[in-house]
Design a binder for this molecule. Structure first.
Ligand code: ATP
Length: 219
């Protein structure tokens, strides 16, 4: 891997984490190990009030992510999006993180295939690669072609092997993961129906959900 001994390697995984689950955590651990990251930050996003899950506050989503990563040496929580007044654009978050790093530090933005395909609708999306590499989390069900608007970018910027990503940013790579077909939607539904979410979320997160009576009776 081409990196200087001083430069740090940092991954970013944004999401609503409502709640955080093993799909997020396993992906994060696998990417961190595969790319020998110094840290991988989970960044809970603010939600517009009309899209927030009733009765589950931003602070509670953050608390659950903090519990989930508590014993992991490489996984961290970054709360900068929750500290802002309004939902953040990813470009704002990248600029903010970049502003705290050394120029040679390597930044890796993790995106699911669906998110990656939606990139052309993102605010200032063409600037993202000025700040980071993009790692697309590849899943067996993601066998559709990339949208037309991304073809030129992929042709110009993608590298075949994620280990070959070099420099602070600017390239795209696909990375395979153990598929875990878990979603926060599924977990909210189970809990709303009074069923167990055990083994889909860390035990500490499940205890928090139970202690605070979260997701009960919701749809
Ligand atoms: P919801 O069901 O509420 O839409 P979600 O489970 O998809 O939520 P998010 O917080 O929206 O979770 O996801 C954050 C990031 O984690 C996204 O990039 C998403 O693609 C990824 N992700 C979510 N679930 C999984 C999973 N089971 N395996 C791998 N990546 C996942």
């Amino acid at each position: 891997m081409s990196t200087t001994s001083q430069s740090r390697r940092i991954g970013l995984l944004g999401g609503t984490f409502d709640p955080v689950h093993i799909g997020h955590l396993r992906s994060a651990v696998e990417v961190a190990e595969a790319l020998e990251l110094d840290e991988l930050r989970l960044i809970p996003s603010a939600r517009p009030p009309h899209r927030a899950t009733p009765q589950v506050s931003a602070q509670q989503r953050l608390d659950m992510v903090e519990l989930a990563v508590a014993n992991s040496p490489v996984l961290r929580v970054d709360d900068r999006e929750l500290l802002r007044e309004r939902p953040s654009y990813t470009i704002d978050t990248l600029e903010s993180v970049r502003g705290e790093l050394a120029a040679e530090d390597q930044l890796f933005l993790l995106l699911g295939w669906d998110a990656f395909c939606g990139l052309p609708s993102w605010h200032r999306w063409e600037e993202l690669l000025q700040h980071c590499h993009i790692l697309v989390l590849q899943r067996p069900d993601a066998d559709t072609d990339a949208p037309e608007a991304l073809r030129d970018l992929l042709a110009a910027r993608s590298v075949g092997d994620p280990q070959a990503l070099s420099g602070p940013g600017g390239q795209i790579a696909f990375i395979w993961q153990t598929p875990l077909a878990v979603s926060a939607t599924q977990i909210r539904t189970l809990l709303a129906e009074g069923k167990s979410a055990r083994f889909l979320v860390p035990d500490t997160v499940l205890a928090y959900i139970n202690n605070h009576g979260l997701y009960r009776g919701m749809k």
